[in-house]
Design a protein around this ligand. Sequence first.
Ligand code: 6GU
Length: 239
Amino acid sequence: MRADVVTIFPDYLQPLRLSLVGRAQQRGTLDVRAHDLRTWTSDLHRTVDDAPYGGGPGMVMRPEPWDAALTEISAAVPGSRPRVVVPTPAGVPFTQRKAEELAREPWLVFCCGRYEGIDSRVVEAWADDEISIGDYVLAGGEVATLVILEAVARLLPGVLGNSASAAEDSFSDGLLEAPVYTRPQVWRGMEVPAVLRSGDHGAVARWRREQSLTRTGQRRPDLLAEATRTGTANRAAAE
Ligand code: 6GU
């Protein structure tokens, strides 16, 4: 997968060199390219923002540099067009389903807005998705892009050491994961649940399912209701 990120702070994308996403890049599974939006300005001061029509606080990102950037970048691979993603708190919620959908794309472009956002006509002309990573406001789309790219990268073939672990994640079945333990068997007087040491794989699976359901009911009643409605909670329990 190729991912181009357009931003006025390309250094924000540096963390993608580390860890799992960094290894995916080294192996050629993922190719992330950060671009400075100011490359596509033509004035002396490399201006990317202007006052909002209708008044109000803050500034809005001018359309021309965005259009020039997206025109050039999207022409980089002849015969192919990228899927253009605009991270914004006004977008649709990012979910594991959306991560799976994006992971099937060969080429993504992320447009990172700052200030009060990007002129809406750019979004109208170019965006395939407007995505929010949660109900809070960040200073710009860069951190949201990091979040989305990490969630997507770990789903790419060969990125996780054990591909079964992606299938067993929280949210892959719509429920939160059961608690996990490693050695020692007793730590600060707290013992690892006996069932996990029983060697009875059926009993372990049933215990995890029960923990998963209890935890989801306590912490995310919205998810439990949805999993119950769609039958994923029951289906997995029967397996
Ligand atoms: Cl995608 N961008 C910004 N600036 N703030 C956010 C967000 C995105 N998602 C939640 N808050």
